[in-house]
Design a protein around this ligand. Structure first.
Ligand SMILES: *Cc1c(COP(=O)(O)O)cnc(C)c1O
Length: 337
């Protein structure tokens, strides 16, 4: 692995724990289920973006940046972790939030991650759904530049070949952790959105020649689009790493059957999965990503997708701060929108 040559700042509590989910495994009656706790990366209530930010923020620093610009959906976990990382490194942070759901619910637009973005001191501004967010970030960078600032743009989700190095690192970490425990992991499942997590894992697993069956559960795009996004970024990440050869297209698998009506819109399966994990394992997942990922995991176990496999690991990508933006979603008495 050639990771050591890339600049990196320590932001996360790594390695994150790998824990069995025995009550859930027993309940579902399939393979033994484990959880890789990337919700415990430590920065501002944790999540998967912290691993990416270790490489992205180091690059920003190396380029002499004093201001970070990024974008995401209203309840973006990426925006929240970026705001925290910028605060920790003494940089200013500008966040552009795209209204992808059309919700005017007060909790959705002000609570959860939005509250935390502001507590970390980020400048938050909102844009309508369907806005060209990359163009908006470029415009803002130009304005800040004219004011004498040195802006650095981090793409949505931190998903580029630099950010994806964080998940190349996670692939290595998980494999070493499993070896040390004498555990053979058959499959690794997680929610996939802007694709950097899966692309980094695909490149990282290729780098260590692992044959773990990696499966992303989509939360936004249809399967073809999601898989080509992941494959394209995995290839660019492998090139950035200096890995020889090309990324096998068949190593990229996304199941996009659990998106429901759209990005950030709750589904019954997500609600049931999220409650099941909260009540069997004491774990909190999020309504936008990891809850839909779990819905996919549980449904695919029941459909026999993992038959013949012994150990399946779910990557907990974090996001529980977003729960407070969706309090009325879970049908609990007293919470109405
Ligand atoms: C961003 C995010 C994901 C998806 O990761 P990508 O790298 O964008 O595909 C999954 N879960 C949570 C909680 C996230 O915030």
């Amino acid at each position: 692995m050639r990771l050591a040559k890339f600049p990196r700042v320590a932001l996360g509590h790594l390695p994150t724990p790998l824990e069995p989910m025995d009550r859930l495994s027993e309940k579902l009656g399939g393979p033994r289920l484990w959880v890789k706790r990337d919700d415990c990366t430590g920065l501002s209530s944790g999540g998967n973006k912290t691993r990416k930010l270790e490489f992205l923020m180091a690059d920003a620093r190396q380029q002499g940046a004093d201001t970070i610009i990024t974008q995401g959906a209203t309840q973006s976990n990426h925006a929240r972790q970026t705001a925290a990382a910028a605060a920790k490194l003494g940089m200013a942070c500008h966040i552009l939030l795209e209204d992808r759901t059309g919700s005017n619910d007060e909790n959705y637009v002000l609570n959860g991650n939005v509250l935390l973005d502001r507590l970390h001191g980020a400048t938050v501004s909102k844009r309508g759904g369907g806005t060209d967010m990359n163009a908006e970030m470029a415009n803002l960078a130009e304005t800040l530049h004219q004011q004498g600032k040195r802006p650095y743009i981090i793409p949505g989700g931190g998903s580029n070949p630099i950010g994806a190095l964080g998940y190349v690192n996670c692939a290595r970490e998980l494999s070493e952790q499993a070896d040390a425990m004498g555990l053979k992991i058959d499959a690794f499942v997680h929610a996939t959105g802007s694709s950097g997590t899966q692309a980094g894992l695909v490149a990282g697993l290729a780098a260590i020649q692992s044959d773990v069956h990696l499966l992303g559960i989509g939360v936004r795009a249809p399967q073809d689009k999601q898989e080509s996004m992941v494959h394209d970024l995995a290839q660019r990440t492998a090139d950035h790493l200096g890995l020889p050869g090309s990324i096998d297209r068949s190593a990229v698998r996304a199941n996009c059957d659990y998106v429901g009506a759209g990005y950030g819109l709750p589904t019954d399966g997500m609600i049931a999965a999220l409650k099941l994990l909260a009540q069997t394992e004491g774990l909190l997942f999020d309504p936008v990503y990891s809850g839909k990922g779990l819905d996919g995991l549980i449904d695919l176990i029941q459909k026999g997708y993992f038959d013949g496999m012994q150990n399946v690991v779910f990557l907990h990508t974090g996001g529980s701060a977003a729960l407070f933006g969706y309090p009325e979603t879970f049908g609990l008495p007293g919470y109405t929108s």
